[in-house]
Each structure stands twice: as C-alpha cells, then as structure tokens.
Design a protein around this ligand. Structure first.
Ligand code: AMP
Length: 301
C-alpha cells in the first residue's frame, strides 16, 4: 500500500512506507527503461537536500528520496527525539526539486527485529566525528546499506557537508557483498550555504538569534585556512592555528576539532605535499547546537 499525493506546483510524488511496495514501483519503472537515482535524508529538507534531488532528477527518470530519522546513528545523549520533522513541507520540496517518490519507512520497517546487526566500516571512522560520536558511523553504514537494499539505486547522491560520511559510504559500497549496495555509483555534491557562509543544515533551526549571528565564524575559519593554503602555507599546525584563532573570536563557541588532514585517509601530516588532496574540518557547539563544516582543497583541480 502506498499513498499518492499531489505536490506544488503540479507533480505527483508517490509515497511508500514499505520496502515491498517500493520494490514493485521500482520494478515497473525499470521495465519501462528508467534508471534510479536516490537521495537518502533525515527529512526537514532545505536547499542542500534540494540541490541533490535536482541533480538526481537531471540524470534519472526515477528519483527516490528517503526520509528516515535513523535512531541508530544518534548517541544516547543526542537529539534523536527533538530532531525536526515536517513531512508536508518535505513533500513539496521533493516535488518541486523533481523527485518522483519518497520512501518514508517506520523504524520497524527498517529494523524489523530491532537494531541488532550492524555494519562496521574501519579505517575512516575512528577519528573526527567517529571519535566524538563513537557509534555514529556504525549507524550510518548500517542504515545506508539497508536503504540501498530498499531503494536499489543506480546512483546515490550525498553532500560534501558530511565529508567523513561520504568516505564511509564509498568504503561501504566498495566492500559490500550485496549487489544492491556494491552496484551503486556514489556522487558527492558541494555544500550549499547561506549568504554569510553558514552551511545549510536541518539543525540550524535549533540556533537562537545570537547563535545564528555567531555561526558563520566556522566558515570564516575554514576560509582563512584555505586562503593561507593558497598563499603557500603547507604546515598543518599553522593551518589549524589560523582556524582556531578565527574561531576564538566567538568566545561562546566550544570547538571539538579544527583540523587539516589528508582528504583520502583523514590522517594527519605535519607538512602537506604540494599535490596532496587535503580537507579542512571543523566541529563546534554553539549553545545546544552542534555544527560541522569542511572545505576540500584539491591542488590538482
Ligand atoms: P541529512 O538529512 O542531514 O542526513 O542529509 C542528507 C544528505 O543531504 C546528506 O548526504 C548530506 O550531506 C546532504 N546535505 C546536508 N546539508 C547539505 C548542504 N548544506 N549542502 C549539500 N548537501 C547537504
């Protein structure tokens, strides 16, 4: 069973709550020659999500957006219960961006016997977000594998905003024995920002007026290090100190990490090679909100 709902301005979006119904829709679509793009999300969609949906719609006749606030990627003291939700608004955003279907499963549909089996990816999960949120990437890898089994994508779209997550997903796809997972192409798209540089995020709704005014310091810190890199700076310590100096201009910001590391391995180097692909990453708390952001520097681009 699924509901079919009209969205603005004039596009039908099919809404599926079960894997079986989604599979029969996908089988029909494939029989008519369609390829399938998918965009996994936790809902409360914004322009960052819409950019992924639009890109998927430019390349695939069928675009499935999943909306699932995945409990297994939240730690016990994190914001699972209060994570923002607004299905009707999401439906309109999906339709306007060119999505053809929403997969909106219950927790029971995704974890029928509880969340007892998990997938662990090693190598890129121990540091940064993995160090701050020890069970987070097991939850991410597990849900992405299950979502791919449900959505059977030819191509799946992720945002660079969650940089470490993109490495985890690529490694999941490269190592999974499941055809539904290992056949998917992973496409990573740039971070969409507010005009003052703040990365768009569903969690920005938690920011108080004061938090919101202070939050762009994160992008300023990343930009300052990127500028120093462009001027020839290759010392990780110097790049990190520049970010910390900028971040310290907002005293109430609590920095979890501000680091410059290899973009492929996430491992530190003291001095970067001129052809090394690097990533600058920041995680910080403002009031009760945790924000992350990053900039990738690809000297070969
Ligand atoms: P979420 O709903 O936060 O789990 O995000 C779903 C997908 O949207 C992930 O691949 C995110 O990286 C991506 N995403 C979130 N924020 C942005 C943004 N500001 N720009 C581009 N992609 C984003």
């Amino acid at each position: 069973m699924y509901l079919r709902r009209m969205t603005t301005p004039n596009r039908d979006v099919a809404v599926f709550t079960t894997i079986a119904d989604l599979h029969s829709y996908l089988a029909d679509a494939r029989r008519s020659g369609a390829t399938v793009g998918c965009v996994p999300t936790m809902g409360y969609l914004h322009d960052g999500h819409a950019s992924l949906i639009r890109e998927a719609a430019a390349h695939h006749k069928v675009v499935v957006v999943s909306i699932f606030v995945n409990p297994t990627q939240f730690g016990p003291s994190e914001d699972f219960e209060r994570y923002p939700r607004d299905f009707d608004r999401d439906l309109a955003i999906v339709g306007n961006a060119g999505g053809t279907a929403i997969f909106f499963p219950s927790v029971e549909e995704m974890y029928p016997s509880g969340a007892r089996s998990t997938i662990h990816i090693d190598g890129v999960t121990e540091m940064l977000e993995g160090a701050q949120r020890p069970t987070h990437f097991d939850g991410v890898a597990t849900v992405v594998s299950r979502l791919f089994e449900a959505m059977l994508p030819d191509e799946a779209y992720f945002g660079q905003k969650d940089y470490q997550q993109t490495l985890v997903v690529k490694r999941l796809v490269a190592t999974s024995p499941l055809e539904a997972v290992n056949r998917a192409t992973i496409t990573v798209l740039p971070t969409q920002r507010e005009v003052d540089g703040l990365a768009r995020s569903s969690r920005n709704v938690y920011l108080s007026q004061e938090d919101r005014a202070d939050a762009p310091v994160i992008f300023r810190a990343l930009s300052r290090a990127r500028m120093a890199y462009a001027d020839g700076e290759r010392s990780a310590t110097v790049l990190e100190q520049l970010m910390l100096d900028e971040l310290s201009t907002v005293q109430r910001l609590q920095v979890e990490y501000a680091t410059a590391v290899d973009a492929v391995t996430l491992l530190p180097s003291s001095v970067f090679a001129d052809d090394q692909h690097i990533v600058l990453l920041v995680a910080a708390r403002l009031g009760s909100t945790r924000l992350i952001d990053n900039l990738v520097i690809d000297p070969t681009a």
